[in-house]
Design a protein around this ligand. Structure first.
Ligand code: AP5
Length: 234
């Protein structure tokens, strides 16, 4: 497939809560002109809008548990159907279970597409916990960090001036649950994608610029996926 807006390529960002999927995904999507699809952001938008989906999702999100697969797959299917099939997509926080990954394969196959690369961002748990504890978000979704990426004016978004919030699911007890859920339900995707030869490991412990540089190498310049996936390291 070819084209000026991503040629329909699909990249998945996989990794623990707080590893930097959102931070990197927004930038990657912007720089490549691809859609950045974060299921967490879609759910939070539904929650803010008070839709039935948002209300259903809330009880799972507040507890740090995964929203049921069928709900998430429908949400993603609807989102993909609304965008041109030749637009590149960066998925962030999806898929998160093996059934979601299988459903994504099916949805993409219907459009003659497939996942081209899965970038696994990795960092030690103490790094994740520090990043999450320092995260502050604007209601519009811009993410800051009081330790590593602070706003110019303490507590307020640089772009909109809105007051920054601490995500409801970023409190220590819920974070512990989210990390455990990642290990149990999402980590098996590493084997799933490694077996398909799609997995590229990215060191997520450097600063935001360093991680982005590694990610761009894993994805390929201008979004072209390197011909030989890094199977050897899987
Ligand atoms: P979601 O919003 O996807 O949360 P998550 O996967 O837990 O990931 P986070 O948003 O916590 O972290 P991130 O990796 O994006 O890190 P970020 O870039 O913000 O999901 C939330 C909930 O929704 C789930 O618990 C579940 O209930 C539900 N849900 C969503 N998708 C679902 C699905 N597919 N199936 C079922 N349920 C689903 O960075 C974190 C902080 O660190 C920020 O402050 C950032 O500024 C900072 N930072 C980032 N990179 C660096 C760096 N390199 N150096 C220093 N600081 C950094």
């Amino acid at each position: 497939m070819s084209g000026t807006n991503g040629g329909g390529r699909v990249v998945v960002l996989l990794g623990s809560p707080g590893v930097g999927k959102g931070t990197q995904g927004v930038r990657l999507g912007r720089d490549l002109g691809w859609a950045h699809v974060s299921t967490g952001d879609l759910l939070r938008a539904a929650l803010t809008a008070g839709t039935p989906l948002g209300l259903e999702a809330r009880r799972y999100m507040d507890a740090g548990r995964l929203v049921p697969d069928d709900v998430i797959v429908d949400l993603v299917r609807e989102h993909l159907a609304a965008m041109p099939a030749d637009r590149g997509v960066v998925f962030d926080g999806f898929p998160r279970t093996v059934p979601q990954a299988e459903a994504l394969d099916d949805v993409l196959a219907e459009a003659g597409r497939g996942v081209d690369r899965v970038c696994l961002l990795e960092a030690a748990e103490e790094v994740l916990v520090k990043r999450i504890s320092g995260r502050r978000s604007s209601p519009g979704g811009r993410v800051y960090n009081i330790h590593f990426d602070p706003p110019r004016r303490d507590g307020f978004c640089d772009e909109t001036g809105e007051a920054l919030i601490h995500r409801a699911d970023d409190h220590p007890e819920t974070v512990r649950t989210r990390l455990a859920v990642y290990r149990e339900a999402t980590a098996p995707l590493v084997g799933y994608y490694r077996a398909k030869g799609l997995l590229a490991r990215v060191d997520g412990e450097g600063d935001i610029e360093q991680v982005y540089a590694s990610l761009r190498t894993a994805v390929g310049e201008r979004g072209s996926v390197p011909a030989t996936p890094s199977r050897a390291r899987g």
